[in-house]
Design a protein around this ligand. Structure first.
Ligand code: AMO
Length: 433
């Protein structure tokens, strides 16, 4: 019994055992040429029909995406285009048969999402998730190196935390619960618990019937919260460093491959990111973009597009912060500015032309918080036990932000829609697969 070494296709040499997909079969009169595929790459397997009739018979039934185990020898052959080597099989076993794929390169995005697992076999699509792994690794390393504790929190909650954004109701035995729209309350609770610095990676749910390139009903949040913050600037500084660390990791690990396969340059952003206040934004929109907004109004999509174009041209930077929003357009938990009535210690971060984060210094004084909750038309009593009380027994001033990982991935790789930047998309019309 000869020894075959288990190998992936890219590093296969000598006597090997490989487990691989069938990518393509060329069945000729006396020879068969089969391209095998695995994550590492492709390798040609060559069969001389006369000398290996049993193997040739099996191969003659192959269609794309059969999965096989092959034992054989890799030998040099300068006529083979693919790597100048070929695998001559001694034995071959079919581990999985494959029906003809229901999708191809002509299929619509919705057809492809119906068969997402087949769609994802394309190495270009796998690269999205390889790059995302490096992105979260870079961000996670940053958090750990800076003393953050990772917290895992429930995805169910008794109250809505983000008034204004839709919430999914779930039956919780004989009670009603909601799916979290943000880990907001839990991360602030960790600060009240004295953890000082926390991060949470969690699914987040939004019951919004939005059909845009940037909306999903469930997405992945990467949230940070930390103590001893004296202004929104302290929060923004952490976020720009975090993103720089994440993109640096992506660039080091996959920058070249992303350029080759996706044609996208990963730019590791320089610090500090450009900043603009909402008061300045109203001026820019009116004077530079001919798109006046009433002071106090939130940015609509057109304003976001015009402002992004202006900021990117002016600063030659892919990111920019918009800070000091009117309090009226921000959630109740935001700290209002002492020196500018009507404005708050809050920000949004834009990457290219889309918002990827909201962040803020929080209101940690329970009486002021209750007042702000009431101003949003919510009875503060309903939020006492699972929110306001966190701040009654001592709590450091704090702040944090919520980063949408799927939007960040989409923008980093210039993917046209969030549907393709997520492993599995969830939208108003999609609960399958
Ligand atoms: P916000 O509601 O702005 O803030 O959400 C934070 C970030 O989450 C992403 N995001 C979405 N991604 C995909 N589909 C959606 N429907 C969607 N909605 C939001 C965006 C957005 O910037 N609690 C605050 C954060 C904080 O202050 O810490 C919050 O949830 O990238």
């Amino acid at each position: 019994m000869e020894n075959y070494v288990r190998s992936d296709l890219a590093s296969a040499q000598g006597k090997v055992e490989v487990w691989a997909w069938i990518e393509k079969v060329r069945d000729q009169k006396s020879m068969q040429f089969v391209i095998l595929r695995d994550r590492s790459g492709n390798l040609q397997m060559t069969i001389e029909k006369a000398s290996k009739p049993e193997i040739a018979e099996v191969v003659s039934h192959f269609t794309q995406d059969y999965y096989v185990k092959v034992r054989g020898e890799v030998v040099p052959n300068e006529y083979v285009k693919l790597g100048k080597k070929e695998l001559i099989p001694d034995s071959l076993e079919v581990l999985s048969k494959a029906d003809i794929s229901p999708i191809d390169s002509e299929s619509s995005i919705d057809q492809r999402l119906d068969y997402r697992w087949i769609d994802l076999r394309d190495p270009k699509k796998r690269l999205i998730f390889e790059a995302q792994t490096a992105l979260t690794q870079g961000m996670r390393n940053y958090c750990i190196e800076h003393g953050f504790i990772e917290v895992h929190c429930p995805t169910t909650i008794k109250n809505e935390s983000e008034s204004g954004s839709g919430v999914f109701e779930v039956k919780y035995f004989d009670k009603k619960a909601y799916l979290i729209q943000s880990p907001q309350f839990y991360k602030q609770m960790a600060i009240a618990a004295g953890f000082e610095k926390v991060f949470i990676a969690t699914p987040i749910y939004r019951a919004e019937k939005s059909f845009t390139r940037k909306h999903a009903t469930e997405f992945s949040g990467f949230d940070l919260e930390f103590a001893n913050v004296s202004s929104v600037e302290d929060v923004m500084k952490v976020e720009e460093e975090l993103l720089q660390a994440g993109l640096k990791e992506v660039n080091e690990k996959y920058g070249q491959k992303i350029k080759e396969l996706l044609g996208v340059d990963i730019i590791v952003p320089s610090l500090p990111f450009p900043r603009v206040t909402m008061k300045e934004v109203y001026k820019i929109l009116e004077e530079e973009c001919d798109y006046p907004l009433d002071e106090g109004a939130d940015l609509d999509t057109e304003a976001e597009n015009l402002l992004s174009a202006y900021m990117m041209k002016k600063n030659n930077h892919q990111f920019f912060f918009v800070k000091d929003y009117p309090s009226d357009v921000r959630p109740f938990y935001s700290m209002h500015k002492d020196d500018e009535p009507g404005y708050s210690e809050t920000y949004d971060l834009y990457y290219k032309d889309i918002e990827i984060t909201s962040g803020a210094m929080r209101e940690h004084r329970p009486d002021v918080l209750a007042k702000q909750i009431a101003e949003k038309g919510i009875d503060p009593k309903t939020m006492e036990e699972n929110y306001i009380n966190f701040f009654k027994y001592g709590c450091p001033p704090h702040g944090g932000f919520g980063l949408g990982l799927d939007r960040l991935t989409m923008l980093m790789l210039d993917i046209p829609t969030i549907k393709e930047a997520m492993f599995v998309f969830r939208g108003p019309d999609r609960l399958n697969p």
